[in-house]
Structure formats: C-alpha cells, structure tokens
Design a protein around this ligand. Structure first.
Ligand code: FES
Ligand SMILES: [Fe+2]
Length: 357
C-alpha cells in the first residue's frame, strides 16, 4: 500500500532541494528605497529597485571583499556596496569604484545576476546557477480579479517546504489543532470521498460530500450552510492551493507559495482570494485575524515537529489512508530534485479513499 504504514527517513529526505524552479524572493512593495535581502535554498540574494523602476536581483556578495550588497544602498539605477562604495547595475556590471581612476567596468568586478521575473506584484527568482531558467512562475488565479477580495501576507514558518506544504494541505489536523476556528472537533463527522490524483507536476485531492465547515470561518462565509466543493492541490515546486466553493456565489482560493530559505525555514507567501456575498471591506478584517491565528497554530506545531526531528535525527512517519497527499507531494519533490520533469502525457496516478470530516 502506498499510503499506509511506517517509513524511516533521514532528515534530508524531508527537504528535497528543487533548485531549478521559480520561487518568490519578496513582494515588490517590500522594496522601499533600500535593497532587500532574500535567501533561497541557502543562497543569499539582494533585490533592489533602481530609480528608473526596474527590479534587479544579484547574488548578495560584493565581488570586492564579499560583504553583502544588501548592506549597501540604492544609488540611481545601481546598488552601492556599504564597505568601499563600489556600484553595480542590474546586469551586475561594476559602474563605479571610488578613488580608482579610469573605467570601473572590468569584467572581473562583475556581481552575479540572479534571473528574476516580476509578476503580479511579486519578485520571482531562479536560484539554480547551473540550470538555465525555463517555464514561467505560478500565476495566482484571482489576484488581479476585481470580483475578488485578495489578501497577501508573507510569513516565515519553521520546517522544510515539504513539511510546510503537507501541513497546509492536511485536512485531519484542522478540526483538532484549529478546533472551532475552521472545522470543529465536537461536530458530527460525515463520510467524505477523497479522489486523489497525481500528475507529472501536481497532486490533488477532491473531497466529495463535505459539509460547510462548522467553525467561525465557515459560518461567516456561508451562514446558510449546505454542501461545499473542496479541492486541495500541490503544484511543483512549492505551491499549495486550497479551493472551496459554497453555492454559486462563494468562492475561496487560498494559495501558499513557499520559498525554501534553508532545510528548516520556509517563507510562506499567502495569497487568499475570496468572492462572497459579503463586501470586501467586511471580509478583510474578519479573514485576516482568523487566518493569522490559524497560521500561528501551524507555526507552533511545525516548530515542535522540527525540534523533535532534530532531537531524534531521523523521521519515522506512520501514515494512514487519510494522510491523502503527503506521500505524493514528497514523491513529486524528490523526482523534481533529481531533475526529472516527469511525463506530461502519462495518465495520472489515481486513488479513491474515504475520510470522516
Ligand atoms: S567589499 Fe564591497 S566595495 Fe569593498
Ligand atoms: Fe493548519
């Protein structure tokens, strides 16, 4: 059985490194007047916006004496190192060496460029220096849609991307850890059918027969109750998607684009888009504190999970059939980390199970 039983893994196995992929370095609006440092797969980067408005990303290391460029400041369209004042443009060319007569632009003085794309208000980077960038960053479906209210938050979490992603898409803990906020452990459970599919680049679980969650968030979004349509998805390399439809008018899409800082820290760039009968000005102040409370509970439990894994030095995970997506996510990530893109033509792996939700 693929889904059930114990597995013993090293801690590395819980942090597959998918480096040839697009990750969010930061939000564009985090770029004020100064540079922003970002770490992806342990690789320090500096993001800056020049006076002309262009956003550039360089490896966060001055070629001169290896002080981080993020210690410097933005001057015109360049970033200036805070130690001796060398300046670099967005192409990494050294444009100025204070005190050095003549042309500053010797090729040996180049800073290293990190490929980047600005899309939907986020700066995406390609951290793999050995593999040329390909494909396009993930698009948030309703981020630019005026019919939706969208809230974006970028928050650090303990755990590898895999651990954070599994947590975000894990239904069984919600009634328990977040009891009353979303689902409710005291409510009568109902049997729900779970259709699991794993494609070459994503895995998803569609839940059929689920009632509107009985906690605060569910009641606010659909006071009248009723059945919902619910699909959880994982998109390589690190995107979670939780989608609920309640009746015709209520649609909730929760995305988490995870950036691997290192093996035990992940930044979650959450993008929550909601279309409901309630106006946006009302949805926002209700959803934000609830979502932050839920996130804080997840962070606390992930911190404990990381600490326990490190104390014991290995992972002995026992799974059951209701741990629907974890093994599929890990399998996809390990394959991608080996540089294997999978076969887009292959039929998906499919499995159906049941869960009491
Ligand atoms: S270390 Fe950056 S200018 Fe000297
Ligand atoms: Fe959670």
């Amino acid at each position: 059985m693929e889904q059930t039983g114990a597995s013993h893994r090293s801690l590395d196995a819980l942090a597959p490194k998918v480096t040839a992929a697009w990750y969010i370095a930061c939000r564009v609006d985090a770029l004020g007047a100064g540079p922003v440092r970002s770490m992806v797969h342990g690789r320090p980067m500096v993001v800056f916006r020049g006076a002309g408005g262009d956003v550039s990303v360089l490896v966060d290391r001055c070629p001169h004496r290896n002080v981080p460029l993020s210690f410097g400041r933005v001057v015109g369209d360049t970033i200036q190192c805070g130690y001796h004042g060398w300046r670099f443009d967005g192409e990494g060319t050294c444009t100025h060496v204070p005190g050095l007569p003549g042309d500053a632009g010797h090729p040996a003085r180049r800073a290293t460029v990190v490929p980047s794309v600005v899309q939907q208000g986020f700066v995406w980077v390609w951290p793999d220096a050995d593999v040329a960038p390909h494909g396009t960053p993930f698009r948030f479906r309703h981020l630019d849609d005026p019919a939706y209210t969208t809230v974006c938050r970028s928050l650090p979490s303990p755990g590898s991307v895999f651990m954070v992603v599994e947590n975000a898409l894990d239904v069984p803990h919600t009634a328990f850890l977040h009891g009353g906020l979303f689902r409710d452990d005291t409510a009568q459970r109902r049997e729900v059918t779970c259709h699991i599919r794993r494609f070459h680049d994503r895995a998803e679980c569609a839940f059929v027969g689920e009632r509107r969650p009985s906690g605060i968030a569910g009641r606010l979004l659909s006071p009248s109750g009723g059945d919902i349509s619910h699909v959880d998805r994982f998109h390589l390399p690190s995107i979670t998607e939780v989608e609920y439809r309640l009746g015709d008018e209520n649609h909730v899409l929760l995305n988490g684009a995870c950036t691997p800082v290192d093996d035990t820290t992940t930044i979650v760039h959450a993008v929550v888009s909601i279309r409901s009968r309630l106006p946006g000005w009302l949805v926002r102040p209700i959803v934000q504190p609830l979502a932050l409370r839920i996130f804080a509970q997840d962070v606390e439990v992930l911190r404990l999970q990381v600490d326990t894994l490190q104390a014991f030095g290995d992972a002995t995970f026992v799974s059951t059939d209701i741990d629907v997506l974890g093994t599929h996510i890990l399998r996809l990530m390990h394959r991608a980390a080996r540089g294997d893109a999978g076969d887009p033509e292959a039929p998906p792996f499919e499995r159906t199970t049941t869960m009491l939700v």
